[in-house]
Design a protein around this ligand. Structure first.
Ligand SMILES: [Zn+2]
Length: 156
């Protein structure tokens, strides 16, 4: 990335809310001055979102928004989403596919295409349950041995 590009990206990230607000106001005014334009644009977006690329763009957008909200690093785009196979990575099912982070965000998994797979609803639920089970182990009390060692240290 060139210096200019880096600078622009950083500027955008630091002023995201302000820029979004400015753009929103611009769109509102434009809608008043050019009424037909917004309707036509909405139609174009609706048609685009029916296409595979449009669907992938929606998925990528949702993943990136979620990642930003939970401070997860990484970014995906529509073309990367399109490279994912159209079947469950665990059982091979092709129905009710969902996006899954292989290493979950909770455990530092990145929002990158290498860490993303498609799972069917059932496998996704099962995987989430397994991850929750592990998480419970982490907060459970330390084994008795450790408590005994701690007590011995105190006694010395
Ligand atoms: Zn499955």
């Amino acid at each position: 990335m060139s210096y200019d590009r880096v600078y622009k990206t950083r500027y955008y990230e630091q002023n995201r809310d302000r820029i979004a607000q400015y753009n929103k106001r611009w769109r509102q005014q434009r809608r008043l001055s050019h009424p037909g334009e917004a309707v036509a644009q909405n139609e174009r977006v609706k048609v685009y979102q029916q296409t595979p690329t449009g669907q992938a763009a929606l998925t990528a957008g949702r993943l990136n928004t979620m990642a930003r909200k939970r401070s997860q690093k990484g970014r995906v785009d529509a073309h990367q989403i399109l490279t994912l196979p159209d079947r469950c990575a665990e059982c091979g099912d092709i129905d009710s596919l969902e996006i899954d982070h292989i290493v979950p965000a909770m455990r530092g998994g990145l929002n990158t295409i290498e860490n993303i797979q498609r799972l069917c609803g059932a496998c996704h639920q099962a995987k989430t349950n397994r991850e929750k089970a592990v998480r419970v182990d982490v907060v459970s009390p330390p084994p008795l041995e450790q408590l005994e060692l701690f007590a011995m240290e105190k006694a010395v």
